[in-house]
Design a protein around this ligand. Structure first.
Ligand code: ZN
Length: 237
């Protein structure tokens, strides 16, 4: 048989154990230093524990809490000299968590900015990358000759970058000697400007860069002719 007295004693024992667990949380609770989970656990304990309720009611504000930290007037278990260190540890831990959060956010922001900057530079480069334009072949002598052109603005002039490929010397090759080629450029009014000639070696691909006197928007067409003056490649702009 268990009488009401024994039941109360058991309940007190359970509450005492619980109180021992929460007895150090009152000051941190008042300072708002408990994490949410611990805070609601402490509040559940408060509802049951008169001792903790009284202490929380007594402690008005931080100075009081700290002033009471070494008071021996408190009832039972909590060794008073551990309250302040624990409080400070909790505050420090909360500060460290916040500092880590801020550092994390700052790092994320820095990464985002770096990504945006990189993306911006890449898209700027993409937008300003000169397009590679394929020249069309013209006439019977063009067999196998092919070229692309990039036009690169250079102040009021334009750099013309030509990449030219030649056929292997097969039966279709129309010449029986080393051919020289010449590049000429025309503006939109029809003025002609000679960009010079070159003689590729057999099977050689050639890259040449010459400067046109006109800005990009004034260029009408570019032509490559062989050494007989026959146009073999043309690019209309
Ligand atoms: Zn308690």
């Amino acid at each position: 048989m268990t009488g009401p007295g024994q039941h109360d004693a058991e309940r007190d024992q359970v509450l005492g154990a619980e109180h021992a667990e929460f007895a150090l949380d009152d000051a941190a609770y008042l300072l708002g230093a408990l994490d949410p989970e611990r805070r609601s656990a402490f509040e559940r304990h408060l509802a049951r524990c008169q001792v903790c309720r009284d202490r929380v009611a007594e402690f008005g504000e931080l100075p009081t809490v700290l002033a009471r930290a070494d008071s021996s007037a408190w009832q039972p278990e909590p060794p008073p000299d551990t309250l302040l260190p624990r409080l400070l540890r909790q505050v420090a831990a909360s500060r460290r968590r916040r500092a880590r959060r801020i550092a994390g956010l700052a790092l994320a922001a820095a990464c985002l900015l770096a990504l945006l900057a990189t993306g911006g530079v890449l898209s700027w480069q993409h937008a300003h990358q000169p397009r590679t334009l394929a020249m069309e072949t013209v006439g019977p002598n063009s067999a196998g000759v092919h070229a692309t052109v990039q036009l690169i603005p250079a102040g009021s002039a334009t750099r013309v970058k030509l990449a030219c490929g030649y056929p292997s010397h097969g039966s279709s090759y129309p010449y029986d000697h080393a051919v020289s080629y010449r590049m000429v450029i025309f503006n939109r009014r029809g003025d002609r400007f000679d960009l010079g000639s070159w003689t590729p070696q057999p099977d050689e691909d050639v890259q040449i860069t010459r400067t046109s006197p006109w800005p990009r928007q004034n260029i009408g067409r570019i032509e490559v002719s062989d050494d007989r003056g026959q146009t073999v490649l043309r690019l209309r702009l």
